[in-house]
Ligand binder design. Structure first.
Ligand code: MLC
Ligand code: AMP
Length: 487
């Protein structure tokens, strides 16, 4: 089944109803239907056919929603690209996905590598304005790919998870049901639309339920009080760094916000139990923490009714099977730590053009998440870490090896290990431990080069010079034995 019939309850059924506001502009569901039809006609006229990739490199704006809807209608494979990515990340993703074009804004086009076809988002919109408002749509099934979303997974090179109409439908349907969305809800959307938390969860809960959405270009904690006060949301989704920022709110303001907020969902990185408790005290609202991945969308969540247990991610969603396995793939008893394996209609169909990586990640139909955790006797799952040394900073993933490889290429660097150090807001921040030839190592030059190549959140917060990296007898770096970073 295509996603479109699931959107139609809102796009067609609630055509006159207010759907969203963004930057002072208010649109109905009927407006969104017409805008995306016009854009679909334009994209078709520009030669796009079902299965073609179309990337977007954009901050949150209504045009991202138009592109998503047009992609659904035309059977395109939409490739969201993190706006913070720079040369290396962009080159890799665009060479791998081979999109027909990248839709971007004039202020960001300069970051894109030479040789890529760039379509300006405002030019596309202007060209679409006179196009017919009638629907242009092709048939799609559950298995039709809809999006390639890049993730580091458990190994270095970023891979595109191929997510289908069926994956988004299963995820959206489950969340709308489990989280009791109705058209009376008001969802404040500050998460980026280029990752699954904002896109697969946020956009689909909104469109499936027909609730109202206020979109912001990005999360800015200095504006949070104003946004919450003006918009009066009933629903908010965030990463832990956002909830930590929201603790800065004055107590009376927080209480008033909490009184209207029926659902606050945290995910994408661990939410410390202490933050869960502080948020409850300040807002009077109990955060619902859930666990997901780009490859699988949402897997496990605390209940809407019932205990939302701090420090845990709850129980598997109704359509998802989770088992916890030892290294040999045997299920471990409750209360024992192992790797989470998942299975269900939410799990992506594989990695784009990477049969070996796909074969390595799936076993007997189960996706091996790389996340380590345990299940209590009453079913609640607690995550304990990861099989790889992935760093999650503010909900954005950093695969240390990717950074280490580039740092090693720099003059004067003999050895490097990038590790995550605790950070009170972002959870973790990357630190580079380096063994350098002091006469040749120019930290300022290295920093400037890294900034041109990689996203800001991947930049080492510090270079810590050490005489040698601790290694095992076999020469493997023992990151745990590095001296702690003292900010
Ligand atoms: C962040 N920054 C942006 C930006 N988002 N810059 C431009 N546009 C954006 N949209 C940059 C800032 O420039 C800054 O760079 C740094 O990020 C932090 O910005 P800040 O304003 O100080 O924000 P802060 O209060 O620290 O909060 C950061 C944050 C951000 C929470 C806004 O980390 C964020 O948006 N995280 C969401 C990540 C996400 O959606 N993950 C879901 C992945 S899906 P500098 O140079 O200071 O670093 C997934 C699966 C699942 O994991 O389960 O959901
Ligand atoms: P991504 O590749 O960006 O989709 O990130 C997915 C990873 O985020 C998962 O494999 C987990 O390690 C982590 N993650 C998501 N939700 C949670 C959570 N609630 N608690 C801890 N880690 C989480």
């Amino acid at each position: 089944m295509s996603l479109l019939p699931l959107f139609d309850a809102s796009l067609l059924g609630r055509a006159a109803q207010p759907a969203l506001e963004f930057g002072g502009v208010a649109l109905t569901f009927g407006d969104l239907e017409a805008r995306s039809n016009r854009l679909a006609h334009t994209l078709r006229a520009r030669g796009l056919k079902p299965g073609d990739r179309l990337a977007f490199f954009l901050q949150n704006r209504v045009d991202v929603i138009d592109l998503w809807l047009a992609g659904v209608k035309l059977g395109l494979i939409v490739v969201p690209v993190n706006v913070l990515y720079r040369e290396r990340e962009l080159k890799h993703i665009l060479a791998d996905a081979e999109p027909t074009a990248v839709v971007t804004s004039s202020d960001m086009a300069g970051f894109l590598p030479a040789g890529v076809t760039v379509w300006d988002v405002d030019v596309l919109a202007a060209e679409s304005a006179p196009a017919p408002a009638e629907r242009a749509a092709v048939a799609a099934t559950s298995d039709t790919p809809l999006s390639l979303i890049y993730t580091s997974g458990t190994t270095g090179a970023s891979k595109g998870a191929v997510l289908t109409h069926g994956n988004f439908a299963a995820n959206g349907h489950a969340l709308v049901t489990e989280w009791r969305f109705t058209e009376r809800d008001r969802y404040l959307a500050t998460l980026p639309l280029f990752h699954v938390h904002g896109l697969a969860n946020g956009i689909h809960c909104w469109l499936f339920s027909g609730c109202h959405l206020r979109l912001t270009e990005r999360f800015e904690h200095a504006k949070a009080a104003e946004w919450f006060g003006e918009y009066r949301p009933t629903v908010f989704f965030g990463v832990p760094a956002m909830f930590i920022r929201l603790l800065e709110m004055p107590a009376d303001v927080a209480r008033a916000i909490g009184a209207r907020l029926r659902l606050a969902v945290s995910g994408s990185a661990p939410l410390p139990a202490e933050i869960h408790e502080k948020f409850r005290q300040l807002y009077g609202s109990v955060i619902l923490e859930r666990y997901g991945m780009t490859e699988t969308l949402m897997n496990v969540g605390n209940p809407y009714e019932g205990e939302r247990r701090p420090g845990t991610v709850g129980k598997p969603f109704a359509h998802v099977q989770v088992k916890i396995c030892d290294e040999a793939g045997a299920t471990v008893p409750d209360g024992t730590t192992g790797e989470l394996w998942v299975k269900g209609p939410n799990v992506c169909s594989g990695y784009w053009r990477r049969p070996e990586a796909s074969a390595a990640a799936w076993r007997d139909g189960w996706f091996q998440t790389g996340d380590i955790g345990e299940r209590a006797l009453d079913g609640y799952i607690t995550l304990k870490g990861r099989r790889s040394d992935l760093i999650i900073s503010g909900g954005f993933n950093i695969y240390p090896r990717e950074m280490e490889e580039l740092i090693l290429e720099q003059a004067g660097v003999r050895e490097v290990a990038v590790v995550g150090a605790p950070d009170s807001v972002r959870g973790e921040v990357p630190i580079a431990y380096v063994v350098v030839d002091a006469a040749k190592f120019d930290e300022a030059a290295v920093t400037a080069h890294l900034r041109s190549q990689f996203a800001s959140f991947k930049q080492p917060r510090a270079f810590v010079r050490v005489d040698a990296l601790p290694r095992t007898a076999l020469g493997k770096v023992q990151k745990r034995l590095l001296p702690p970073w003292k900010g």
